[in-house]
Design a protein around this ligand. Structure first.
Ligand code: UD1
Ligand code: UDP
Length: 377
């Protein structure tokens, strides 16, 4: 290739934007590349929160979010919309991240145009196509034809090799979420006011131990979410605990959580927090209860124990390192595991140790260099 390499980075949800902003920053600063960004707008308010703090202005925004949109509708609109952008931009590479509908459709639209795909956070596998759903299949689809696979860990790289992905296309880079977490921590250090919005809650809950909660997985809709809400309700009956829960705006999540938990004195149901405030929550909590992917990576980096409210995880590294524990979505089990940790200082100390199995904070630069090397071939 002659001249700078044209990279089109595609993302649409909060976690993709968090995990790709360090790469977009690095691409923008690197004369080897022309960086273009397409936001699908699969998320709206939650995406805009990240764009703002990261200072990103996408070149395209497809604004595809509709309330409670079906997966078919979302997929169809993403595929046609992203294809049009690729026809206009004619990139040398399309970069996608993770396993969302935007990532899968971005990769597929590129494949239909014979544009090589670089997959960030490649190789995560739970081994179960229904947990997480539909993410396990989305990432397998991308992995089946990506030209470059940026695996966050050796475990993820090994999963790709087991699927007969060409070894020379697989690179262990670490996860860019650690780059993002370091970046935001630095920003908060420089400008503490970015994360001061929880001060009122912190005062209200003074003397209590804070438990952070997030939950949004589609496979938990219905019974799973109800059980999670019940577990939170029971934990909130303890005087020494306060649960801070930024609720995902998906109506399927909202109605369950608001129905079960509104008005409880030890529970704060919040709107989604922007990234600096979520980093603050990670900082002040003693424990996270979550079904999120990204939170399973960030909490260990900060030495915060995580109880993962899922049946499987594609991120075994946190469990192996001892900071994460898989507890499923049974209310009795969640409560028992949380209380065991909170009431047994030795069990707590064994989990509350900072580990960084997911990266060293330099993943974005590694990915840039690999894109440059592979473009020069
Ligand atoms: C999506 C991803 C999931 C990822 C999650 C991160 C897919 C299929 N799912 O799930 O892999 O873990 O994002 O959060 O790609 N909504 C708003 N405002 C927002 C965002 C969402 O109101 O800013 C509501 C809308 O009603 C929307 C619904 O949430 O239709 C669902 O959003 P969607 O992107 O389809 O799925 P998520 O459950 O967010
Ligand atoms: N996050 C955030 N505000 C919140 C909840 C989460 O900024 O109120 C961040 C969190 O730090 C992590 C990411 O969002 O980086 C995880 O997103 P989510 O749980 O929506 O998706 P997943 O990681 O499960 O795909």
């Amino acid at each position: 290739m002659t001249g700078p390499t044209r990279i089109l980075t595609v993302f649409g949800t909060r976690p993709e934007a968090i995990k790709l902003f360090p790469l977009v920053h690095a691409l923008e600063a690197d004369p080897r590349f022309v960086s273009r960004v397409c936001a699908s707008g699969q998320h709206r308010d939650m995406l805009d929160q990240v764009l703002e703090i990261a200072g990103l202005s996408p070149d395209h925004d497809l604004d595809v979010m509709l309330p409670d949109q079906t997966l078919d509708m979302l997929t169809a609109r993403l595929l046609t919309g992203l294809g049009k952008v690729m026809d206009e931009e004619q990139p040398d590479w399309v970069v996608v991240q993770g396993d969302t509908a935007t990532a899968m459709c971005g990769a597929l639209a590129a494949y239909y145009r014979k544009i090589p795909v670089a997959h960030v956070e490649a190789g995560l596998r739970s081994g179960n196509i229904h947990h997480p759903w539909p993410e396990e299949v989305n990432r397998k689809v991308i992995g089946s034809f990506a030209a470059l696979h940026f695996a966050p860990t050796e475990t993820a790289a090994a999963a790709l090799l087991r699927e007969n992905v060409a070894p020379e296309t697989v690179h262990v880079t670490g996860n860019t979420v650690i780059d993002a977490l370091r970046w935001i921590t630095r920003r908060i250090g420089e400008q503490p006011e970015l994360a001061e919005g929880l001060a009122g809650l912190e005062a209200r809950f003074a003397g209590k131990r804070i438990v952070g909660v997030t939950s949004h997985r589609r496979e938990n809709f219905g019974g799973g979410l109800e059980a999670i809400a019940e577990a939170i309700r029971r934990l909130a009956a303890r005087d020494d605990l306060a649960l801070i829960f930024p609720v995902h705006p998906n109506p399927n999540v909202r109605k369950v959580m608001e129905g079960a938990l509104s008005g409880l004195p030890n529970v704060a149901l919040l709107e989604p927090l922007d990234y600096p405030h979520f980093a603050r929550l990670l900082d002040i909590c003693c424990l996270m209860l979550t079904d999120s992917g990204g939170v399973q990576e960030e909490a260990p980096a900060l030495g915060k124990p995580v109880l993962v409210m899922r049946e499987t995880t594609e991120r075994p590294e946190g469990v192996e390192a001892g900071t994460a524990r898989l507890v499923g979505t049974d209310a009795d089990r969640i409560v028992a595991e949380a209380i065991r940790l909170l009431d047994d200082p030795a069990a707590y100390a064994a989990m509350a140790r900072a580990h960084n199995p997911f990266g060293d904070g330099h993943s974005a630069q590694r990915i840039c260099d690999l894109l440059a090397i592979n473009s020069a071939k």
